[in-house]
Design a binder for this molecule. Structure first.
Ligand SMILES: [Zn+2]
Length: 605
């Protein structure tokens, strides 16, 4: 990102400066100081009467200088007495007056593929793309006073490199990476701010935090867990809801009937990709899909899903697999149902009950860290703790009853709330028209009109009509359950977002980022494990700032660095010129050696 970004406005800069500097860019370069035009310029120290032809010679030289001819050595004017040409003149290194006449500093920017050229007075600074990093290279036009150009160049390069190294941080993280992916279901992002979670906060303090993860629509458990491990939107990986129906095969999918690979084979989850690598294995202490043979592969170690298996047993299993398996387990998952279950039951605004539940969850995170430390895995294992979705507060007063709008025999409900998948039994348009104005807190979409931002249209498993309830509203047929919290709503709602925290040698320490997408987690995990990712909807650059070995700098920082560097170099250049002028001021005039054929007649007689 940093490469070249600061210069995307280079043409704008060029035109701006060009308007301030009417002469050609090269005229800003130092003209040769001892050309006729400059050598014959009178000085204030001249005190005697002027020789014949003196005025005309200087006037002519000035006019030529204005025409840009000053750069070329010119033959002496025949009108000027020969002796006058050399009698007194500046020493070749020009003095203060000469400099005052220049427009300094003047900058010209050239876009020349990987090189930006900046002319600062006598200096030509090249900003070179070097391993993707811009360095300043002072290459020509340096006055003799700066004898050790190499040192200067080296200093600038080292300064930049030091800056770069500071951003790159500790890149000691090396081979044999292991990654544990943990999900606490329904862990809404703002629980982190609203509840006391000391173990999780300690975990974050030593690692990274993404405050909001924008998950995928619909914000349900199975779809989002599969998006985390595939980097795909739901329409692409095919797990489009917790309850699905395929009209072609007449197959049904539900949380208790999820073992048919048919539903999962639309994508390749990361544990399968990892498993197919030589000398690697995967393990799963539960995660949707890990107990299914996807593309004929299951993790080397996995548990069949059962909500009754305590967390401690899941943790012990996964820790054992990670620490003592051969071939080594390099990717593992760990899943826990809370705080989702309690979020549904009490609602996220029930502080009393949610505080209790979240304290328990935080205690489990403490157990996890303690276990990893006891097994010597804490420093070497990369751990991501995240979730699939958040939770919205529901109410008995916010119910939408479909039976009040349409006869139940006209359609089938594949999935009900808060996003209802409707399969009409009669004409689709007729069902759509009956539902369209059913309730102002429910949006009704024909499949082909589902907004593009949901990425939820191009799948046979998405039904012809989709009903989306407003945040906190519940869709029901005639009666509804007593759930006080729910999820599945629009994925742009902050209440639907989970968080992500990570710790380990691959991650930076103490770094926070406001947001990434759920689909961005997959390319990051593939990078950590050294796996070639399958085509996905994620963007690695969104999550790479979490990683310790990635160059990561945002645009304002990049612009700030370049501007600071230019200012520093301008000051440095000014200092050098100042020093140079001081040196030359000590011997402002000198009598020059005359050529042998010069007469020794005095200039003024
Ligand atoms: Zn749930």
């Amino acid at each position: 990102m940093g490469k070249g970004v600061p210069f995307t406005t280079g043409s704008g800069i060029q035109s701006r400066y060009a308007s301030q500097t009417p002469q050609p860019a090269t005229s800003a370069l130092p003209s040769v100081p001892h050309t006729a035009a400059h050598s014959e310029r009178p000085t204030q120290r001249w005190s005697g009467p002027r020789p014949a032809g003196w005025a005309s010679a200087t006037a002519q030289a000035s006019q030529e200088a204005l025409r840009g001819a000053a750069l070329r050595p010119r033959p002496p004017s025949p009108q000027v007495p020969r002796s006058a040409r050399f009698r007194y003149r500046r020493v070749p290194r020009a003095g203060p007056k000469w400099r005052r006449r220049r427009k300094w500093p003047s900058y010209t920017f050239h876009r020349n593929r990987s090189i930006q050229e900046v002319v600062v007075g006598e200096f030509v600074l090249h900003l070179c793309s070097w391993h993707g990093i811009y360095v300043l290279d002072i290459t020509k036009g340096v006055p003799a006073a700066v004898s050790n150009v190499f040192n200067m160049k080296l200093l600038v390069i080292l300064s930049f490199w030091g800056l770069v190294a500071g951003y790159r941080g500790n890149s000691s993280y090396s081979s044999a990476p292991q990654l544990l992916l943990v999900s606490f279901d329904g862990f809404r992002a703002d629980y982190l701010n609203n509840y006391d979670l000391p173990h999780l906060q300690n975990f974050i303090k030593e690692g990274v935090l993404v405050e909001h993860v924008k998950n995928v629509f619909i914000t349900k458990t199975f779809p989002n867990h599969y998006s985390i491990v595939t980097g795909l939107y739901e329409e692409s990986h095919g797990i489009v809801a917790n309850s699905m129906y395929d009209d072609v095969t007449k197959k049904h999918f539900s949380e208790s009937n999820d073992k048919d690979p048919f539903w999962w084979n639309g994508a390749v989850p990361i544990w399968v990709t990892n498993q197919l690598q030589e000398n690697r294995s995967s393990a799963a202490a539960m995660w949707p899909g890990t107990d299914v043979s996807i593309h004929n592969v299951t993790p080397s170690y996995f548990m069949n899903y059962s909500s009754s298996v305590p967390f401690e047993e899941r943790l012990n299993n996964v820790a054992t697999w990670l620490s003592s398996s051969n071939p080594p387990v390099t990717f593992a998952t760990l899943y826990w149902e809370e705080p989702d279950v309690s979020g549904h039951k009490y609602g996220p605004e029930d502080k009393f009950n949610m505080r209790r539940v979240l304290k328990e969850v935080d205690g489990l995170i403490g157990d996890l860290v303690q276990k990893l430390k006891a097994l010597g895995l804490w420093e070497s294992l990369n751990v991501i703790i995240t979730s699939d979705h958040g939770m919205a507060q529901c109410s008995e007063n916010r119910r939408i009853y479909l039976d009040t709008c349409i006869n139940h025999s006209d359609y089938s409900v594949i999935d009900l709330t808060p996003v209802a998948a409707i399969l009409p039994k009669i004409n689709v348009t007729e069902v759509y028209n009956k539902l369209k104005h059913c309730n102002p807190h429910m949006t009704v979409y024909l499949k082909e009109a589902i907004p593009n931002r949901f990425y939820y249209q191009h799948s046979d498993r998405i039904q012809p009509i989709l009903l989306v309830a407003d945040e906190g509203w519940t869709i029901a047929l005639n009666t509804s359950s007593s759930k006080l919290g729910d999820h599945g709503y629009d994925n742009s709602l902050p209440s639907m977002h989970p968080f992500l925290a990570a710790h380990g040698p691959a991650f930076r320490k103490g770094y926070r980022q406001s947001t990434i997408n759920t689909v961005d987690i997959y390319p990051m995990m593939c990078y950590i494990l050294g796996l070639k990712p399958h085509p996905n909807n994620g963007t690695f650059s969104h999550s790479k700032c979490l990683l310790v070995d990635q160059w990561c700098i945002n645009l304002p920082e990049a612009i700030g660095i370049v501007v600071s560097a230019l200012l520093a170099l301008t000051v440095l250049t000014g200092l050098i010129i100042f020093m140079q002028n001081r040196a030359s001021a000590s011997r402002p005039f000198s009598r020059l050696q005359l050529h042998e054929d010069d007469d020794d007649d005095p200039l003024i007689e």
